[in-house]
Write a protein that binds this ligand. Structure first.
Ligand SMILES: [Zn+2]
Length: 130
């Protein structure tokens, strides 16, 4: 895993985002799958990086941000795509949900205009938490 600082061209927010590799970042960026955690704008670009200096607790702010994002959100697991689509179509009551989607599924949702937002950090499904 590597972390990049991303600058949002829409709201000016700088955020940290984790990727499996630089190629992973390039793929998500090219596919329009990146989204600003503050405003969900896809207009993110890699910020100039300072030389990598280990920072104690550098993960804390983004982890807190994600906790904040998920506070009132319901885990829907692999039913995320159909749930998000149903809410978008007005077939289900709108609520905050999070769950799992493949890269292709997320791309489909975005192209249908469904407002989905990738999470900054991987989520452990509640069913796997002891
Ligand atoms: Zn933004």
């Amino acid at each position: 895993m590597i972390v990049f600082d991303l600058d949002c061209a829409t709201c000016g927010q700088r955020c940290e985002s984790w990727f499996g590799s630089n190629a992973d970042y390039e793929k998500q960026s090219a596919g329009g799958l990146l989204a600003c955690p503050a405003c969900c704008s896809p207009a993110l670009s890699k910020a100039p990086m300072a030389p990598s200096v280990p920072r104690k607790g550098s993960q804390a702010p983004i982890a807190r941000l994600q906790d904040e994002m998920l506070k009132d959100s319901r885990w829907v697991g692999d039913r995320f795509v159909e749930t998000a689509r149903a809410m978008h179509l007005g077939e289900a009551a709108a609520e905050k949900v999070h769950g799992q989607a493949t890269l292709g599924e997320a791309r489909d949702l975005i192209s249908e205009g469904v407002p989905v937002c990738p999470l900054p950090l991987p989520v452990v499904p509640p069913t796997q938490v002891n």
